[in-house]
Design a protein around this ligand. Structure first.
Ligand SMILES: Nc1ncnc2c1ncn2[C@@H]1O[C@H](COP(=O)(O)OP(=O)(O)OP(=O)(O)O)[C@@H](O)[C@H]1O
Ligand SMILES: NC(=O)c1ccc[n+]([C@@H]2O[C@H](COP(=O)(O)O)[C@@H](O)[C@H]2O)c1
Length: 168
């Protein structure tokens, strides 16, 4: 059984994340997905709860049909202990896929195999751009899988983000 680990904040889950999942899925038996900064929500840069992000991931991955475990992971103030913290919360995995320099450094130093993947249409596919468009009232739905847009609509995500932003 080969498992890959992929962590992100998924604020929200977008088509860049989906392209990463599609590329990893054929290479492994299961994907272990870390929902990072799980303690954060209701902030302009982190509007969604860990539970809401789990709903987005479930909706998106139903389309791919990959086996996965999604695990919320809260941040820890000590980077040197973070990899052990992740291990304590996740099923065993063989390889990490990430483009985050700190994540790459911490897992590499622990001896774990780390792979990077090329960014996919990064000029538009970022959580930052999806949130910017939600705030500006521009089209954000085309940047996320349709089932994720449905989840965000169901929880009133764009309205929440605008309300949080205007009370800042
Ligand atoms: N367009 C993309 N193509 C490939 N990988 C991506 C893309 N966008 C993000 N990633 C990668 O997915 C992982 C999780 O990213 P994250 O959830 O922080 O998304 P983000 O779009 O970078 O978010 P934000 O803009 O909110 O900081 C990281 O390793 C990140 O580099
Ligand atoms: N010390 C820590 O808590 C620590 C270290 C490295 C990464 N992380 C988390 O891992 C996730 C990485 O995801 P991104 O690639 O989306 O930034 C983030 O949620 C980040 O906060 C946490």
């Amino acid at each position: 059984m080969k498992r890959a680990f992929y962590i992100g904040r998924f604020q929200p889950y977008h088509n860049g994340h989906q392209s990463v999942m599609e590329r990893i899925a054929p290479l492994v038996d299961e994907i272990v997905i870390g929902v990072g900064s799980a303690q954060l929500s209701h902030e302009v840069n982190n509007p969604f709860t860990a539970g809401e992000r789990l709903m987005m991931i479930a909706a998106a991955l139903r389309e791919i049909g990959v086996s996965y475990h999604a695990v919320p992971i809260e941040d820890l103030r000590r980077n040197a202990l973070w990899v052990s913290h992740v291990y304590s919360m996740t099923p065993y995995f063989d390889v990490v896929y990430s483009n985050n320099p700190l994540v790459i450094r911490l897992f590499s130093e622990s001896g774990k195999k780390v792979q990077t993947l090329p960014m996919y249409r990064r000029e538009t596919l970022s959580g930052t751009e999806v949130r910017r468009r939600m705030l500006a009232g521009e089209d954000w739905r085309s940047l996320v899988p349709d089932p994720v847009a449905a989840v965000i609509d169901e929880i009133g995500g764009a309205e929440r983000l605008r309300a949080i932003s205007s009370s800042d």
